[in-house]
Design a protein around this ligand. Structure first.
Ligand code: HOZ
Length: 426
């Protein structure tokens, strides 16, 4: 498998782009080696600049839930682009998209589209501050919610990879106003809310954590957050940028039956184009300009091409049996991986949710950032390289989720399990 062209591109990129990448999670810093440059994709497969074909479990970090270059989505985007790629004025597509999101997500009565998940969480925090008149926010260790200043404290994903506790350049007042609790530990939340009574505007949480690797909420955790935030007059924000339209059409909130005050979306709602969204009750959203005093705007917000791709994606996902199929595929892969490790005596655990999984090299359960960090990351690095050499592309980090699509086939899973058997860390 030659990677000469990728190597040259990376060399060129490093002179022009910080670290050669436009998002740190794409660099292979924590696993070592140079990133592969991609040039095309179809279904479950991607091809790199050297024409190597790989089964893809990154799926653009989630948006490609239907598989790459799904013909229905591509056609919708092309048709829309032919009509105009951006107007800076409202379109019917935005109304159509909003209707679908409002119908699907239990907590959303009114939704505002933005251009990324980061914009969604950033706006949700501003909305929570505007609504409550309070300034502090509470997040979880290992929770990643995009690169808004207040949220770059004890964040997972790329920061965890590089051991960055809190990003340089964050205003110290912002960092000081961010409280950090432990995921799956309701007591840690209670203590912080008691100690900061009347000061916390919002608690933001990934209802299924995806940026410390996949970590699911333990029974009662999300319910406990709902009760505590209500008791303290704190707005509960679910960051469903990863879990929205992935673990179920209505997101994790529909699976666990816990309704937040504000929901953030991204990734899948754009069908592979840049989109984010935040939504809440009509009452909360009435604070957003032009209805109310909380300002938030964007030239490419509700972009027609992204809306068309998103609508086509959601309409495909709404068809009967889609999530049952995705769950079955995830189980087939996760159970198969566990079986390979068990037979070979490699201590590993696999955390999963519908369309998501992470392999951790440890004998212990992984339930929070501390236990995710306390795993054999050198083993993960070896495993990652083995998998790529065997034609399977994984997230180049222990602290990210593997994403499955409905385009992954039984043959893909069988080939992946063969690759796992050939990539056991020594
Ligand atoms: N926020 C993504 C990881 N959780 C990375 C996005 C990217 O690098 O494309």
């Amino acid at each position: 498998m030659s990677r000469a062209k990728s190597a040259q591109l990376f060399k060129d990129a490093q002179a022009l782009i910080p670290g050669g990448v436009n998002s740190p999670a794409r660099a292979w810093r924590s696993v070592g080696g140079d990133p592969i440059f991609f040039k095309k994709a179809s279904g479950s497969r991607v091809w790199d600049a050297d024409d190597n074909e790989l089964i893809d479990y990154v799926c653009s970090w989630g948006p490609m839930i239907l598989g790459h270059t799904n013909p229905i989505v591509i056609e919708a985007a092309i048709d829309s682009a032919r009509m105009g790629t951006s107007f800076g004025a409202p379109t019917e597509l935005e109304v159509e998209m909003a209707r679908r999101v409002v119908d699907a997500v239990p907590s959303i009565e009114v939704v505002r589209f933005v251009s990324s998940g980061t914009e969604a969480t950033m706006s949700a925090l501003r909305l929570a501050r505007a609504k409550t008149g309070r300034n502090k926010i509470l997040k979880f260790d290992g929770g990643y919610h995009g690169h808004e200043d207040a949220l770059l404290v004890a964040a997972g994903s790329g920061l965890a990879n590089q051991g960055i506790a809190s990003s340089a350049g964050v205003h110290p007042d912002y960092a000081a106003a961010t409280l950090v609790a432990d995921y799956n530990n309701i007591e840690s939340v209670r203590v912080l809310l008691e100690a900061n009574k009347g000061e916390v505007a919002a608690l933001i949480v990934e209802p299924i954590a995806g940026n410390m690797g996949v970590v699911t909420p333990e029974p009662g955790f999300l319910e406990g957050l709902r009760d505590l935030t209500t008791e303290h007059g704190v707005l509960l924000i679910f960051d469903e940028v990863i879990s929205g339209f992935r673990v179920a059409f209505g997101g994790a909130q529909s699976v666990y039956g816990v309704t937040p005050d504000i929901t953030c979306l991204g990734k899948i709602v754009g069908g592979g184009f840049p989109v984010g969204a935040y939504g809440a009750s009509a009452e909360i959203m009435s604070i957003v300009a032009p209805l109310g005093p909380m300002y938030q705007a964007g030239t490419l917000s509700g972009n027609p091409v992204a809306m068309a791709a998103g609508i086509a994606t959601l309409d495909e996902l709404a068809k009967p049996g889609v999530y049952e199929g995705l769950q079955a595929n995830t189980d087939k892969l996760a159970d198969g991986v566990i079986d390979v490790f068990r037979k070979s005596g490699v201590p590993a655990v696999v955390n999963r949710a519908c369309g998501l999984m992470t392999v951790f090299f440890t004998s212990n359960s992984v339930t929070d950032m501390t236990s995710a960090s306390d795993t054999d990351r050198e083993a993960f690095g070896m495993f990652f390289h083995g998998m790529v050499d065997n034609g399977v592309y994984l997230p180049p980090s222990q602290f990210e989720a593997w994403f499955m699509s409905i385009a992954h086939t039984d043959a893909d899973i069988a080939q992946t399990l063969e690759a796992v058997a050939n990539s056991l860390p020594s």
